[in-house]
Design a binder for this molecule. Structure first.
Ligand code: ATP
Ligand code: ATP
Ligand code: CA
Length: 219
């Protein structure tokens, strides 16, 4: 959202990475951490930084936290602090609260207190890496539901130069190619005559099974 203001609470590896990227994307970011050294390090990167304990309601109030569109609670190890900070920012009226969870139980608690989005960075990255290890040409994927996925597959030498009709993707495997990312640009909604060339990236939509079959057949 253009003009949105973000508060990032906890500037560890995860929090500082979120905060820096938001700055790169052109947003204003307030970074809060109780560790002075960490705050010093981030002070010339972020719009505003403060050394503060995010479990202190008065501190959060004085920072005007309720005026922020989104708060990211990026405290992990100290689960109690993470939960307290999340309740406080939610209660103080921040509409969109995102929090990092260390475990399923931690995530459940965050969900119960009204956190809008819960992120499990280590768990999710572990799962992603495992998928990429067993399928080297799977670059990335988004699970749309339990059943459906959008996947980015690299085009291998074996199928280089073939058209979608020759691959007969939809008929043979049931999945559709929604885009082909070529060096020169991206082909959206490709048709039967469009070709895939080595090092292009195909964006494919279908069931997990269809995508797996297709991925194995073309790898
Ligand atoms: P990461 O995995 O993101 O690197 P970490 O596991 O190293 O994080 P955490 O304990 O999750 O470290 O804390 C992340 C940051 O949150 C730290 O910089 C820590 O100082 C800060 N932090 C922890 N508790 C509070 C609090 N109550 N108020 C403000 N900052 C806090
Ligand atoms: P469909 O109903 O599956 O699109 P069609 O008879 O209309 O088939 P074409 O659109 O000419 O035929 O495409 C021929 C074949 O090329 C399709 O059966 C399909 O296997 C494949 N194909 C064409 N476009 C795509 C696409 N975007 N993604 C996957 N496969 C495609
Ligand atoms: Ca950690």
């Amino acid at each position: 959202m253009k003009g949105s203001q973000y508060a990032v609470i906890g500037l560890g590896r995860f929090g500082s990475s979120v905060a820096k990227e938001l700055i790169e994307l052109g947003f204003e970011v307030l970074g809060i951490d109780r560790n002075e050294e960490i705050v010093d390090e981030m002070s010339n990167v972020l719009t505003h930084t403060v050394v503060a304990d995010a479990t202190d309601e008065e501190v959060l109030k004085s920072l005007g936290i309720r005026n922020f569109d989104c708060a990211v609670v990026a405290i992990g190890d100290d689960i109690q602090a993470s939960i307290m900070a999340a309740i406080l920012v939610k209660d103080l009226g921040v509409k969109n609260v995102v929090a990092k969870a260390l475990s399923e139980l931690h995530g459940k608690v965050l969900h119960k207190i009204g956190v809008d989005r819960i992120i499990y960075p280590e768990r999710d990255m572990g799962i992603r890496v495992a998928h990429q290890l067993v399928s080297p040409n799977l670059l990335d994927y988004i699970e749309l539901s339990k059943e459906y996925t959008i996947a980015e597959l690299s085009v291998t030498g074996r199928i280089s130069g073939m058209t979608l009709e020759q691959l007969d993707t939809r008929k043979k495997y049931g999945c559709s190619v929604v885009a082909i990312n070529k060096r020169g640009g991206i082909v959206i909604a490709p048709t039967a005559e469009d070709t895939v060339d080595e090092r292009d990236i195909m964006v494919v939509i279908g069931t997990n099974e269809q995508i797996e079959d297709f991925q194995q057949a073309v790898s």
